[in-house]
Design a protein around this ligand. Structure first.
Ligand SMILES: [Zn+2]
Length: 301
């Protein structure tokens, strides 16, 4: 009898050890391929499509402005190790070209914005406006491009990627409807946007705003206005009657404050246009858009 009890105990201990070792190595999560994205909002969009089949990581950390980013040696190693890289495209990721040129290995690159026509009234000298993700209707194309790229990368997951993409596109359409409702609180004559750099062009086109000016007249934050440009901008803002300047949380406030002092416009400093946040208010792409719209409506209504 004692012998039987001992064997039962032995079995229990063995099973416990087996379960523990399974838990600690967690084979299902460790074996999932890692997909790299350039930025945090692309990682969130891609996760919604990848579901549990793939692990998605952003190369850029949270809160970093991709326009001004200087890659590190660790970034070069991550790109070199990657098999699939998802970028916005349209010249947005200036930092990534040298990384891709120098990285060994081979990887597929999904350009999320592929096939979207850039804004036509955007200044020719500046190149293309890459900020298409700030219109959720254009993000539907991002989702389709990412879905198709994931299916090529992992054909066995096709049904999962298709069904996840469909569910996420439904959420993007709901977001668009919500934005239209929120924006309707703003009187037509106050639908004027001034931003740090020209980030809200696609958003303005979709939701009927006029871009009344930008502190930095560029599609990138990596430029600085001259004294003459500042004077012109101040005159332009006064003439437009725009109530507020909207900055991304990562933007330098000094120039906007200088403009505000001379024009009496309000400065909103906490939009999240180029990065998610760690937790609220912009933990996901959809939350990021809701936060921005809420702040814009509060300032303009
Ligand atoms: Zn930007």
């Amino acid at each position: 009898m004692k012998k039987i009890i001992n064997s039962i105990f032995g079995l229990i201990i063995l099973s416990a050890l087996f379960l523990t070792s399974c838990g600690s190595t967690s084979p299902s999560s460790d074996r999932r391929p890692v997909i790299l994205t350039s930025t945090t909002f692309l990682a969130d969009i891609a996760r919604n499509i990848a579901g549990d089949r793939l692990t998605v990581e952003s190369l850029l950390p949270i809160g970093v402005d991709p326009h001004a980013y200087q890659p590190t040696p660790q970034d070069a190693a991550k790109v070199a190790d990657s098999k699939l890289l998802i970028v916005n495209g349209m010249g947005y990721e200036q930092f990534i070209a040298p990384l891709l040129e120098n990285a060994g290995g081979e990887r597929k690159v999904i350009e999320a914005s592929a096939g979207i026509s850039p804004r036509e009234d955007a200044g020719g000298e500046q190149g293309v406006d890459p900020h298409m993700w700030l219109d959720p209707n254009l993000v539907i194309r991002y989702v389709e491009n990412i879905r198709d790229g994931l299916i090529k990368f992992d054909p066995d997951g096709e049904a999962v990627y298709r069904s996840n993409a469909e569910a996420y596109i439904a959420q993007l359409k709901e977001l668009d409807t919500w934005i239209v409702e929120q924006i309707s609180q703003i009187p037509a004559e106050r639908k004027l946007l001034i931003t740090n750099h020209e980030a809200l062009g696609y958003f303005a086109e979709r939701y009927g705003f006029t871009i009344a000016g930008a502190v930095i007249e560029s599609f990138s934050s990596g430029a600085s206005p001259s004294a003459g440009q500042m004077a012109d901008l101040i005159a332009q803002i006064k003439a437009s009657g725009a109530p507020a300047i909207f900055l991304d949380a990562s933007d330098n406030e000094a120039l906007a404050r200088q403009i505000a002092a001379e024009t009496n416009v309000r400065v909103v400093t906490d939009l999240h246009l180029e990065s998610l946040t760690d937790g609220a208010p912009a933990a996901t792409y959809i939350d990021m858009m809701k936060h921005n719209v809420t702040r814009i409506v509060e300032a303009l209504k």
